[in-house]
Design a protein. Sequence first.
Length: 280
Amino acid sequence: MGSDDGQERRRRQGSLAERFDRLTGRSLPSKVVLFAAGLVTAISTLTTAVVSVVEWRAKDDWRSIEYAKLGRLRAGHTLESFRAVLGAPLYRRTPNGGDLTYSTFSPRPEYWVDVVADSDGASVAFAVTSCYEDFRPTFTFRNGSAHSRVTLRATRFQDVEQSPAVNVKASRGGTSSSYAFHVFYGGNPTSYRSLAWGVNDTCAALTEDQTEEALEPWAEWHNRTRQFLEVVRPWQELGPSDRQRLGRVVVNTYAETDPFTEFSKVYPKQIDVDRITVRP
């Protein structure tokens, strides 16, 4: 009896499968329904994938947005134009009651922008410091018919063409700031602008150990040569071994002035914002 019932169920199942196969194979409405169901599934899968890609790119593209902002900055532009790009400054100071105002911006935690403006509200210099290894904006400056490039957290001291006009401006402080910069004035080829790229310890204000690793070779050089205060000298006067070792240091700061302005007039000490200003 049980055997007969099992055979009957299998016979019915086979019959139902055959009938369904014949129905779907011959019925146009059934084909349309199945096709539509498959199309909906495919669209849903594709939509999910596209949304995932868009979300991933949105998280990654913020750097491109910030790089584009920084690429629009130029010494000589009005302070209002910097505010339009970067938002409101976090800090503002007028040292010793002078006629220059220093405004410090931080649109994101990854970097600082310091803008020096005169009494008319025109910028006479600006500087950018990157505090994160993966935040690498590039700055291009005119050098005659050629254009040189400095990429923060990637360019080394030795990567930009050196000339007798390049000076080293460096200091190793105790409680004061430490920094090391190439300072370059190229006359007409650079549109009479002064340029600088190097390392400062501004980012150390945001780290627990209060250090900037890139400055360690310079600190050793200061100790060995007994240069405990600021020193300014031509890069070519450093010994070959020092140029080779210090030349490998990666920069975190770029700065430029407007035409006919010297850094000594706007940044007599450290270039860009000082860590004392921004540290918690």
